[in-house]
Write a protein that binds this ligand. Structure first.
Ligand SMILES: [Zn+2]
Length: 460
């Protein structure tokens, strides 16, 4: 058996691991690198891979940093099967076309030098490659064993986003060897989704470490939300929530639903102005068993289809929203305000002190969201300097990733088996959190904790 770490070694994006068995060459995940341009450049370096030699890809989940390289693989000759959970397959139909669109836009701004250096004649891939990719996807239900050549694999609930799974792989042989790929691990107590499962036992575990050195702070998000709602009602303004379309938007809708059960007098009209968020929300309605059952029983699915929420589809309707005076709630993407319809809404409303921006996710450096969050007095939108007069609020506790303690708890679960893993490989994290997590897993006396370097190969 040969295990090679091709991506996300020292990074939180670009997940891709190669597992070679006597009869199969399999990629676990095939993600795009995202973030600053020196990180994104790695996507173009990946052009050299021999995609036709790969037999199958098994995906942990649909996030682009785990799936976004798939269309490139297909473009480069990959002719195998892509295995996913059913919800991941559906989410890919929403996310991959968007990735193609972003790559097309990115290509317009690539320097001549980069185009020359990377031998590019167009974007990394296009919508046609996405279409061919989606035709290769074969969904497999959670917990069902599926055989492919000399491996048997199964998906197990990781509690991260809709469809997200750990992948357990058993490779035939004397004795058989088992692998567990964690993908991204959800928080121990998810607000909205079912909590993650106990990871199944495996000889070799490849685990993420995004927050290997961070503890999520505890906060009373309901209280913050209630106060924001009271304020916006009083001012008759708009509560603008920049939100990622998949996962975060649905979580925000849920906490609004939860708040209004307690304080019906705070109810306001919600506008979801993002075609992607609308499509993703409809998908959530097809997978109620991945959501906490008490939430379903409370009537959340009915709420999603109620008149309390107006899903804005076309651009005309979105523009019409400018004339809505409030009070109301406007949820729009992108989550970091660096593209999408949210930018138009900020352009139209950020100068008005009756409005509030509620940040519910990470704002990366260099984004408009970060500038606003850091208290800029003026921001440049569509080449115009606009004063920032909106009130700002932040909720930090909606992360779909577990923190340092949750990662330790995941390892403890593995350690509780009669035969703990031989090796845990810590991947999908920056180097500092990876080494920090390695230290904190030293309680696993019979397990070697390994930090793989880029392209490192292990014969197991
Ligand atoms: Zn993820």
């Amino acid at each position: 058996m040969r295990l090679q770490f091709l991506g996300a070694t020292g990074y939180v994006t670009g997940s891709r691991t190669l597992l070679e068995t006597p009869r199969a060459r399999i990629y676990i995940d095939s993600g795009l690198y995202q973030g600053p341009s020196y990180v994104q450049d790695k996507n173009y370096e990946a052009l050299e891979l021999d995609a036709s030699s790969i037999d199958a890809v098994i995906l942990t989940h649909a996030h682009i940093d785990h799936s976004g390289l798939l269309p490139l693989l297909v473009k480069k000759g990959f002719a195998g099967v892509i295995y996913t959970t059913p919800a991941t397959r559906d989410l890919l139909e929403v996310l991959l076309p968007d990735a193609a669109h972003i790559l097309r836009e990115d290509f317009k701004f690539l320097s001549k030098k980069k185009i020359r250096d990377f031998h590019l004649s167009g974007p990394l891939y296009d919508e046609e490659d996405v279409k061919k990719t989606l035709e290769r996807v074969h969904p497999v239900e959670f917990a069902k064993e599926h055989q492919f050549k000399d491996i048997t694999f199964s998906f197990h609930w990781a509690g991260h986003i809709l469809g997200a799974a750990y992948i357990h792989i058993k490779v035939e042989g004397e004795p058989p060897k088992t692998f567990l790929f964690s993908g991204d691990i959800g928080p121990r107590k998810h607000i909205f989704h079912n909590n993650r499962e106990k990871p199944p036992r495996a000889d070799y575990v490849i685990m993420e470490s995004t927050y290997g050195m961070r503890r999520h702070e505890k906060e009373n998000y309901m209280n913050k939300l209630r106060k924001s709602m009271e304020w916006i009602k009083r001012k008759k303004g708009m509560l603008i929530i920049p939100s990622f379309a998949v996962g975060r938007t649905q979580l925000v809708l849920y906490v609004l639903f939860k708040l209004w059960k307690l304080f019906p007098e705070l109810k306001l009209q919600i506008f979801v102005d993002s075609p992607m968020a609308t499509r993703a929300t409809r998908l959530y309605m097809n997978y109620p068993h991945e959501i906490k059952q008490e939430i379903i029983h409370e009537g959340f699915m009915q709420f999603l289809q109620s008149r309390d929420i107006q899903y804005i589809e076309d651009v005309g309707e979105s523009k019409y929203l400018n004339y809505f005076n409030g009070p109301g709630i406007l949820i729009s993407a992108s989550g970091m305000c660096n593209g999408g319809r949210i930018v138009h809404h900020l352009y139209n409303r950020i100068w008005d002190s009756r409005n509030m921006i509620l940040f519910v996710g990470y704002q990366a450096e260099g984004t408009l969201g970060r500038q606003i969050l850091e208290g800029a007095n003026r921001v440049k939108i569509f080449n115009r300097e606009i004063p920032v007069r909106t009130k700002l609020e932040t909720i930090n506790s909606f992360s779909a990733h577990t923190d340092k303690r949750g990662l330790e708890a995941f390892a403890k679960d593995l350690n509780s088996y009669q035969k703990p893993p031989e090796i845990i490989f810590i991947n999908h994290g920056e180097d500092e959190p990876r080494y920090e997590l390695q230290k904190s897993l030293s309680f696993m006396k019979s397990t070697k904790i390994e930090i793989p370097k880029s392209e490192a190969v292990y014969y197991l």
